[in-house]
Design a protein around this ligand. Structure first.
Ligand SMILES: Cc1cc2nc3c(=O)[nH]c(=O)nc-3n(C[C@H](O)[C@H](O)[C@H](O)COP(=O)(O)OP(=O)(O)OC[C@H]3O[C@@H](n4cnc5c(N)ncnc54)[C@H](O)[C@@H]3O)c2cc1C
Length: 279
């Protein structure tokens, strides 16, 4: 429940959504696009960031789309994590979503909301970075169609009034062999200490990470080192530590040092399994 008065609107199409955003913003209101509401309501309850107005995107048909088209899987920004998992269409994203929060919340939390939220983890970003996904944004100046990796740098780069309309993933990327490992401090359902997603593309491993640093990321430089079979696993890990985009996070769940230890163990297990598969 949001305790303060606020405007709620549920437009039926994208143009109305942007029109509402502009009109409400002009009235100097704090306006949020609203999808699952899990974060907006939590923050409003805590009194940290209560909206004056929310624009619910779930009324827009295209934002609820989950469909295989000729070459792509299309996922609307308002599709829930649970719907993605149950569809079985993108197993890596389904698995990643199935380890975010509990089942009840997975039925509410949406892809667009997880990508755009304020928490640092945004785990659904990892499969999108690994599979060369595209993102379609819609805002006052119409559509922008971007490579996901160009739209997401530490956070999603939205222009004022823009929202996540859809994400598209090439069909051939959907069923690549993958590994998903999420390690938490104590409970299985919790924010990650470290989450690693990896896919095997050709004979090359791609990696993306959440929890380790204060934003989710994929690093091509780290992948080069981790795929270098001339180096031992220990050498690869040591070099990797020097390539992290920032020092590992220290918080109530674990120190940066401990996170790095967890990260090393996950990577070692992935590399060892790969060696065994080659043998
Ligand atoms: C119990 C619990 C545990 C959780 N654990 C994890 C975890 O371990 N890992 C993890 O990654 N996440 C986790 N989450 C999810 C995360 O914290 C957010 O609550 C969730 O991602 C928000 O999704 P939502 O659809 O509810 O977004 P909303 O609450 O509707 O919106 C969140 C933010 O995104 C913006 N937004 C929403 N949709 C769009 C859009 N289409 N375009 C542009 N902006 C948009 C909103 O304006 C708002 O600022 C957890 C959540 C809960 C409730």
């Amino acid at each position: 429940m949001i305790a303060n008065d606020f405007v709620y609107c549920k437009p039926g199409n994208r143009r109305e959504a942007v029109k509402a955003y502009r009109a409400l913003s002009k009235e100097d209101k704090k306006v949020f696009y609203y999808n699952g509401g899990s974060e907006i309501i939590t923050m409003a309850r805590a009194g940290s960031n209560a909206p004056d107005a929310v624009i619910d995107l779930k009324g827009i048909k295209e934002c609820n789309k989950l469909e295989l088209e000729e070459d792509y899987l299309v996922i609307g920004g308002a599709v829930s994590l649970n719907t993605i998992e149950e569809s079985g269409l993108f197993p890596l994203l389904g698995t990643t979503g199935s380890r975010i929060a509990d089942h009840t919340n997975q039925c509410r939390i949406t892809l667009g909301g997880n990508i755009s939220g304020t928490i640092i983890y945004k785990e659904t970003v990892l499969p999108l970075l690994l599979t060369d996904a595209k993102i379609i944004l819609y805002g006052p100046r119409g559509f922008r169609r971007l490579q996901f990796k160009n739209a997401f740098d530490q956070r999603i780069k939205l222009r004022d009034g823009e929202f996540i309309y859809q994400v598209k993933i090439k069909k051939e990327m959907l069923s690549l062999p993958f590994t998903h490992v999420k390690k938490t401090a104590i409970e299985k359902i919790d924010y990650p200490l470290v989450t690693v997603c990896s896919i095997s593309y050709g004979n090359y491993l791609r990696f993306a990470f959440s929890g380790l640093c204060s934003f989710p990321f994929r690093s091509v430089e780290i992948e080069k080192i981790l795929n270098d079979s001339q180096l031992s696993a220990e050498e690869r890990l040591e070099k990797t530590h020097g390539l992290l985009p920032e020092p590992p996070v220290t918080d109530y769940q674990g120190t940066g040092e401990y996170r790095l230890f967890v990260f090393d163990n996950i990577i070692k297990a992935i590399l060892e399994r790969r060696n065994n598969e080659v043998l």
